[in-house]
Ligand binder design. Structure first.
Ligand SMILES: NC(=O)c1ccc[n+]([C@@H]2O[C@H](COP(=O)([O-])OP(=O)(O)OC[C@H]3O[C@@H](n4cnc5c(N)ncnc54)[C@H](O)[C@@H]3O)[C@@H](O)[C@H]2O)c1
Ligand SMILES: O=C(O)C[C@H](O)C(=O)O
Length: 356
């Protein structure tokens, strides 16, 4: 029933379940193709199962997972695929296992670009810039040539995520750059959790919180507009020093703190944020703000073309808008400029990989 091709020349395996019936009975929905790079890594290992169980695209939406890995990790990927089989997910209609980006992105409706070298203890994100840039240049070209351009949504998770999104998008000239994004949802969720703890409220009580800029230690977690059960969070906190010296640095440096504690970068929380990001980008945010690093149209003076985290609202058709008309106070403007300058300098560092 399950077919598998494995050759040394073209290391690719395709599993199709229920190939005679590609529609989940009762839903009438065609499977969506979800490409995941680095699928057998820490984050990928979480993502595959959560997506196959319907947590990202809905409990009535069949999916085909198209998994990309390095040649040396294909055996591990085979193990992931075996475990996916063993879950007997009703929504999972097929698994592609490959080390060829052209195959992984064939007809892709969604692409989660996770595969990259993670930062290890003591390593700065800047050190990773060049090593990872090449990967995203190749993958941008492959997306351009093979993905489903009419439906595609790309989320870059692999660091440095914003600049990797820039490289991938610039190498995909036939795809609308608004179809690319980078992940700051983990930072957003971290901020919500810190605020909920401080104010002894639920994360769902918090509205209008945002991350501006880069997914890095320069990001600006902004509580100036934040409202908790109808009241200003700043007024409720009533402690400017806590916001500046505790809250902001905690959110900015949470990734490094997890690495120091675990010896590995965050994985379960990163996968959870990636699911949140794609789900909200598909089904909408019900009028609420979230944070996404998206193609900058120049809003707030973030240079056009950068992948910059803004507060966004997604409508029920999956169209996002950058929230406009927020007044940045002097402190916010200074923080905004720091992260903006970092993104510009990252862009300069990969200029050779950015086609005109
Ligand atoms: N944006 C965020 O909020 C956020 C949060 C956590 C981690 N990250 C980043 O996500 C990335 C992945 O983290 P991880 O913990 O899963 O790492 P990991 O090392 O466990 O897994 C990465 C996987 O990617 C694969 N890979 C490497 N290069 C590849 C390529 N060119 N094509 C396909 N696969 C490739 C590796 O074989 C590995 O299996 C890292 O860059 C990490 O820094 C980002
Ligand atoms: O900082 C890192 O390298 C890991 C990741 O981006 C994180 O925010 O946890």
């Amino acid at each position: 029933m399950i077919s598998q091709n494995f050759s040394k020349l073209l290391v690719q395996s395709v599993r199709n379940y229920s190939t005679s019936n590609f529609f989940v009975s009762g839903t009438g929905k065609k499977p969506l193709r979800v490409a995941i790079t680095g699928a057998s890594g820490q984050i990928g290992y979480q993502l595959c199962f959560r997506i196959a169980s319907g947590e990202m695209l809905g409990k009535d939406q069949p999916v085909i997972l198209q998994c990309l890995e390095l040649p040396q990790a294909l055996n591990a990927l085979k193990g992931v695929s075996m475990e996916l089989d063993d879950c007997a997910f009703p929504l999972l209609k097929g698994i592609v296992q490959t080390d060829d980006p052209n195959k992984a992105f064939e007809g892709a409706d969604y692409a989660l670009l996770v595969g990259a070298r993670p930062r290890s203890k003591g390593m700065e994100r800047g050190d990773l810039l060049k090593a990872n840039a090449e990967i995203f240049s190749v993958q941008g070209k492959a997306l351009n040539n093979h993905a489903n351009r009419d439906t595609l949504r790309v989320l870059v998770v692999g660091n440095p995520a914003n600049t990797n999104a820039l490289i991938a998008a610039r190498n995909a000239p036939n795809i609308d750059p608004k179809r690319f994004s980078a992940m700051t949802r983990l930072d957003h969720n971290r901020g919500l959790a810190q605020l909920a703890e401080k104010l002894k409220c639920s994360v769902t009580d918090i509205e209008k919180f945002a991350i501006w800029g880069n997914h890095s230690a320069t990001q600006y977690p902004d509580v100036t507009q934040t409202v908790v059960k109808g009241k200003s969070a700043k007024t409720l906190i009533n402690d400017e020093k806590w916001i500046k010296e505790n809250f902001i640095p905690t959110v900015q440096q949470r990734g490094a703190a997890i690495i120091a504690a675990r010896g590995l970068s965050s994985a379960a929380s990163a996968a959870s944020a990636a699911i949140d990001h794609m789900r909200d980008w598909t089904f909408g945010t019900n009028g609420q703000w979230t944070s996404m690093a998206v193609y900058s149209d120049g809003s707030y003076g973030a240079d056009k073309g950068l992948y910059f985290s803004f507060p966004v609202i997604v409508d029920k058709n999956g169209k996002y808008e950058i929230v406009q008309n927020i007044k940045l106070d002097q402190f916010s403007q200074e923080r905004f400029d720091v992260t903006r300058k970092e993104l510009l300098s990252e862009k300069d560092g990969v200029a050779s990989l950015l086609p005109n």
